[in-house]
Design a protein around this ligand. Structure first.
Ligand code: IMP
Ligand code: MG
Length: 179
């Protein structure tokens, strides 16, 4: 595909890492039921693959957020566009995200979800872009540390497209200007 500059993380590497994360989570939550909260839409692919490798019982719920301000720079002001269907009070919650960039979205979500009194609250992200962090976020499970590039695939979109691609790639620079 012309849109691909180069593949950063292959499908095999992702699947291997997802298995490892599932194993780690299974060990940590033995004997408990896990409430997985997927942040739409980017976290969807990751949630589906990750859940296959978790042994304790899991439930799913979904949340959708959008940040105010322009589309490319996170403003930190987050609006919930789709809220959870179930209460998380007393539950063991893991937030499933595609990528943490500035950390502003998750910082807001952490505060919001903490106030609903879960028994525990952790974050599992496939990708972590620490170089662009604006607020400190305690991340419990990380798949890959990634460089400060615009990444697409495996949940991540370019203009809402290519979320279905099974690997993570760096966008061809000739598309940057129109990003
Ligand atoms: P944060 O508030 O800056 O941490 O925003 C995180 C959100 O920005 C992610 O959930 C993604 O939806 C989006 N995002 C951050 N970096 C990228 C990227 O490289 N490609 C596509 N989307 C990204
Ligand atoms: Mg996202």
């Amino acid at each position: 595909m012309d849109i691909v500059d180069y593949i950063l993380i292959s499908e095999e590497e992702i699947q291997q890492k997802v298995r490892e994360l599932g194993e780690e989570i299974s060990r940590d939550y033995e004997g408990k039921t896990i409430s997985l909260i997927c942040i739409l839409k980017g976290g969807l692919m990751f949630l589906c693959d990750l859940a296959k490798h978790i042994r304790p019982p899991v439930t799913y719920d979904f949340m959708s957020v959008s940040s105010y301000g322009d589309a490319t720079e996170s403003s930190g002001i987050v609006r919930i566009t789709k809220d959870l269907e179930e209460s998380i009070e007393g539950k063991h919650v893991i937030i499933v995200e595609d990528i943490i960039d500035t950390g502003l979205t998750l910082s807001y979500l952490l505060k919001n979800l903490h106030s609903r009194n879960p028994a525990s609250l952790r974050i599992c992200t496939l990708l972590n872009k620490p170089s662009n962090r604006k607020v400190d976020i305690p991340v419990d499970y990380v798949g890959f540390e990634v460089p400060n590039e615009f990444l697409v695939g495996y949940g991540l979109d370019f203009r809402q497209m290519y979320r279905n691609i099974p690997y993570v790639f760096v966008l061809n620079p000739k598309y940057y200007d129109s990003e």
